[in-house]
Write a new protein. Structure first.
Length: 116
């Protein structure tokens, strides 16, 4: 075997396998730190497929009251959607947790405000 063949074989053997990425939130409605007049639903879009049955979205009010939102099962495999109750004016936080296709649980949160 030539020296170049050995170097290429070693490089191939030591290179990482296919990349498997955690789910990343790429878009949301309402968006982070948005000020909205009303918010009938929350929609979260990720960079890859998620396991909807093992995901959760929580709505947390400024006073700390939290509720788990019911997820809509239909829709794109990379998107979570949940209806929101009628929201009074004030600050809210969306907390989410999803199971990535690589088997890791990923979570995050962002705030928004309802002005009326």
């Amino acid at each position: 075997m030539s020296r170049l063949s050995l170097v290429l074989a070693a490089a191939l053997a030591l290179s990482p396998g296919p990349a498997v990425a955690h789910s990343l939130l790429i878009a949301s409605v309402p968006s982070a730190e948005a000020v909205v007049n009303e918010a009938p639903a929350v929609t979260l879009r990720f960079n890859n497929r998620i396991e909807k049955k093992l995901c959760q979205i929580r709505l947390v009010a400024a006073g700390g009251d939290a509720r788990v939102l019911p997820l809509r099962p239909e829709g794109a495999v990379d998107t979570l959607e949940a209806p929101l109750p009628r929201l009074a004016a004030g600050r809210y936080r969306i907390e989410w947790r999803v199971l990535s296709t690589d088997g890791h649980v990923v979570s995050g949160a962002f705030g928004f405000r309802v002005s009326q």
